[in-house]
Design a protein around this ligand. Structure first.
Ligand SMILES: Nc1nc2c(c(=O)[nH]1)N[C@H]1C(S)=C(S)[C@@H](COP(=O)(O)OP(=O)(O)OC[C@H]3O[C@@H](n4cnc5c(=O)[nH]c(N)nc54)[C@H](O)[C@@H]3O)O[C@H]1N2
Ligand SMILES: Nc1nc2c(c(=O)[nH]1)N[C@H]1C(S)=C(S)[C@@H](COP(=O)(O)OP(=O)(O)OC[C@H]3O[C@@H](n4cnc5c(=O)[nH]c(N)nc54)[C@H](O)[C@@H]3O)O[C@H]1N2
Ligand code: SF4
Ligand SMILES: [Mo]
Length: 687
């Protein structure tokens, strides 16, 4: 594409699941700055510092520009022909020798829908396995499991714009101002200008807490208890929506039986939330005409993640808040296209559009379209694939746009898994820590160098548009996958992402009406079953996707590892505004680096005083799995007994400390609770 005249290319921010519309200003084949379109949802002229600087990493000197193959201990640059021949040949050999289930793939929530569709098609139709998953496993797999069981659909039920229709907004386990900034701006707007009420439930005093009418700070990992406690009060005080429960739900009797035990006094013992505060919170939520619940990783990333989500769905249904405008159960999705990667079936147990592998008619439909016999048995999840690699059962991994050597739980184990593989292929835009262990590295293009679609957290499918040519020989992921499939003897051939979307629409009922010609104005929210359908801003109106809403009572279960004499603090991990996941993009962006140059461990002043730790000093943090050295920030944001380290910084990798304990249903790791000890190693004045 030639761009000597200045051009403005409309596209979507490549960072978080808000899916902000942005405009790339292009001249001489470079993006010089980013602005924003005032008229388009979901951001209507707003964006955050990451979106505003999202052009910087595109032309960074570290971008991968040629394929690399490991020869001995070094990488050498090779042609596409040589790299793809090697990958095709090794996949075919391993498949032949150990069977298709010895190969697995991690797809990418950074890639487009079209690319993710091809990733799972490649694994299922060309390799012949359902071992395909992606970072949603680490993120909202508990949401998908919990909400599909309760409501029939695992997605955010309502839209961002509808927040202003809610009378009460309950935010829990979501650091919205740092991680979904434009949603936080919306919340600020409606509580300050429209008199709406805000309730925050979060152990840390995150940004919204100081604006809240009620802030509850439970001990980490105790969410089922306070949620059951709220329902106990709502039933005891007769504040529940009887007509709704009778007409639209089932299994209320079992719920009532279980929550009966969760008196405010018992909940106070488990969570530390004063009984009276819980009573006030329960009344505020239940008495609202419309109340929406917004949640994220503080709820999902626990061994009880699926139970936490079920408890949230129970509370919302008890008060008649699902299936109405301005209400709902709203898991904020993390990555720019994690919703889309799930929708496209980059999951080991479902085909595109959550169509079940166990339905014969579904399998036949895909077999006919893809002209190949498909594997029936569900595959392994991302966390299970890594474990199977450690045990020598998975021999090869094809990792596309993920960096598990920084993002996975308990990094020593992840390293063992990756090093134990016979063959690792990594397809990325940078030479990540994970890529450094690969035999073959395939250079992909970034969001600014390709066409396609992303689906944001409110299920809105939006177009991204090629603004600048690829860096060096890098290619779009969809082309790389097609070329690899061809070399492995499977005919995978598309003229453009638009053609891929036509195939997706044909085979995926919730995307049935999606066509590029319809996406220009403001995208479309699925379900959009046919070409005349206007899209769906909120789900479960009149009827749940599964028919009746199912109450699933759950009991409180403690976290896998609690503090003790040797490891007396709870470590909570997560994010900061200026960095993004494993930092591959944000840490190559000058302005973001300046704002937040190094990892900081947040600790409460009381704990710091007891340990004799000064602000800005260096401490060593140890868990049963590893140790890191990190600088201290003394702050009230962290409650006593809980410290927080962001996981963005590989040199102080929080995940050397975290535990690989998994939720038994969704297999999500417990990133939010493990036990650590802390000691100062260098005072602030020495550094
Ligand atoms: N700036 C920035 N934005 C991002 C990302 C990023 O890396 N940087 N990543 C994106 C991705 S992939 C995701 S998934 C989202 C994640 O978005 P968030 O879920 O907001 O991210 P976390 O930082 O993990 O914050 C979790 C919140 O849960 C709270 N919490 C911790 N433990 C508990 C608990 O036991 N119970 C409750 N109720 N709350 C608890 C924490 O204090 C924190 O407020 O952000 C997306 N947006
Ligand atoms: N301790 C702790 N650990 C966590 C979490 C936590 O809260 N605490 N959160 C977890 C969560 S929610 C998530 S989502 C994961 C995220 O974990 P990962 O998905 O492993 O992290 P990212 O840094 O987002 O990795 C995305 C990769 O895609 C590459 N990329 C970008 N664009 C493209 C493209 O167009 N094509 C290709 N091929 N590659 C591209 C980037 O360079 C980067 O290497 O981390 C998890 N890990
Ligand atoms: S809020 Fe999210 S999508 Fe919007 S500009 Fe910031 S990072 Fe990008
Ligand atoms: Mo995530």
């Amino acid at each position: 594409m030639k761009t000597s005249k200045p051009q403005r290319i409309k596209t979507i921010c490549p960072y978080c699941g808000c899916g902000c519309n942005i405009i790339l200003h292009v001249q001489d084949n470079r993006v010089s700055r980013v602005t924003v379109n005032p008229n388009k949802p979901p951001n209507f002229g707003r964006f955050c510092v990451k979106g505003a600087s999202s052009h910087v990493f595109i032309s960074h000197p570290d971008r991968l520009r040629t394929p690399l193959i490991r020869k001995g201990r070094k990488f050498v640059q090779v042609s596409w022909d040589e790299a793809l021949s090697l990958v095709a040949q090794r996949f075919l050999e391993i498949k032949d020798k150990y069977g298709p289930d010895s190969i697995g793939s991690l797809g990418s929530a950074k890639c487009t829908n079209e690319e993710n569709y091809l990733i799972q098609k490649f694994m299922r139709a060309v390799i012949g396995t359902n071992n395909v998953d992606h970072c949603a496993r680490l993120c909202h797999s508990s949401t998908v499991a919990g909400l599909i069981a309760a409501l029939g659909s695992g997605a955010m039920t309502n839209s961002i714009a509808e927040i202003e229709k809610a009378d009460v907004i309950l935010v829990t386990g979501s650091n919205t101002p740092e991680n979904h900034p434009i949603i936080a701006m919306k919340i600020w707007d409606v509580i300050t200008n429209k008199g709406k009420k805000l309730m925050v439930v979060d152990p840390r005093m995150m940004g919204l807490a100081s604006y809240a009418d009620i802030w509850l700070n439970p001990r980490p990992g105790t969410d089922v208890a306070w949620l059951n406690g709220m329902m106990h009060i709502i039933i005891a005080e007769d504040l529940w929506d009887k007509t709704y429960v009778l007409q639209r739900t089932e299994n209320f009797g079992a719920l009532k039986e279980v929550v009966k035990r969760y008196t405010p006094e018992l909940v106070e013992k488990i969570t530390g939330i004063p009984a009276n505060d819980l009573i006030k919170a329960a009344r505020l939520y239940a008495q609202a005409e419309r109340a929406c619940i917004i949640y994220a990783m503080g709820i999902t990333q626990h061994v009880s993640g699926t139970d936490n989500v079920k408890a949230i769905a129970n509370l919302a249904m008890l008060c008649g808040n699902v299936g109405i405008e301005g209400g709902g159960v709203n898991p904020l999705r993390g990555q720019n296209n994690v919703q889309g990667a799930c929708d496209m079936g980059v999951l080991p147990n479902v085909l595109p559009g959550y169509q079940s592998l166990s339905h014969v008619s579904v399998i036949h439909k895909f077999e006919e379209a893809w002209k190949v016999k498909l594997p029936r048995n569900p595959g392994l999840t991302a966390t299970e694939m890594l474990e199977a690699a450690r045990q020598g059962k998975i021999k090869a991994l094809y990792i596309i746009g993920d960096n598990p050597l920084v993002s996975g739980p308990d990094l020593k184990q992840v390293e063992d898994s990756l090093k134990g593989l016979d063959f690792l292929v990594v397809q990325d835009i940078f030479l990540t820590e994970t890529a450094k262990l690969a035999t073959a590295v395939l250079p992909a293009v970034s969001f600014a160098e390709k066409d396609g679609t992303f689906t944001n957290t409110e299920r809105r499918i939006q177009m991204i548009t090629e603004a600048v040519p690829p860096q060096g020989d890098a290619k779009p992921d969809w082309k790389i996958i097609c070329e690899l499939a061809q070399r492995m003897g499977y005919n995978m051939n598309y003229k453009s992402p638009k053609n891929i979307m036509e195939e997706i629409a044909n085979l995926t009922p919730i995307y049935g009406g999606i066509h590029y010609s319809r996406l220009e104005k403001m995208g479309l929210q699925w379900p959009c079953p046919d070409k005349n359908h206007p899209g769906t801003p909120y789900l479960h109106k009149d009827r749940f996707t599964r028919g009746l809403g199912l109450f699933q009572p759950v009991e409180f279960m403690p976290s896998a590892e609690l503090p003790d004499k040797d490891y007396p603090f709870i470590l909570s991990t997560g994010r900061v505004l200026y960095h993004y996941n494993t930092g591959t993009m944000s840490r190559r962006t000058q302005i973001l680096k300046e704002k937040y140059p190094e990892a900081l461990m947040e600790i409460n002043p009381k704990d710091a005083m007891e340990l004799g730790i000064e602000d800005k000093s260096l401490v060593e943090v140890c868990s049963r799995r590893g140790r890191v050295t990190v600088r201290v920030r003394i702050t009230d944001i962290s409650p006593p007994g809980v410290v927080f380290i962001p996981f963005h910084f590989r040199e102080a990798a929080a995940n050397l400390l975290t535990i690989a304990a998994l939720d038994p249903i969704s297999k999500i790791p417990e990133y939010k609770v493990c036990a650590v000890s802390i000691k100062q190693v260098e005072s602030a004045s020495q550094t």
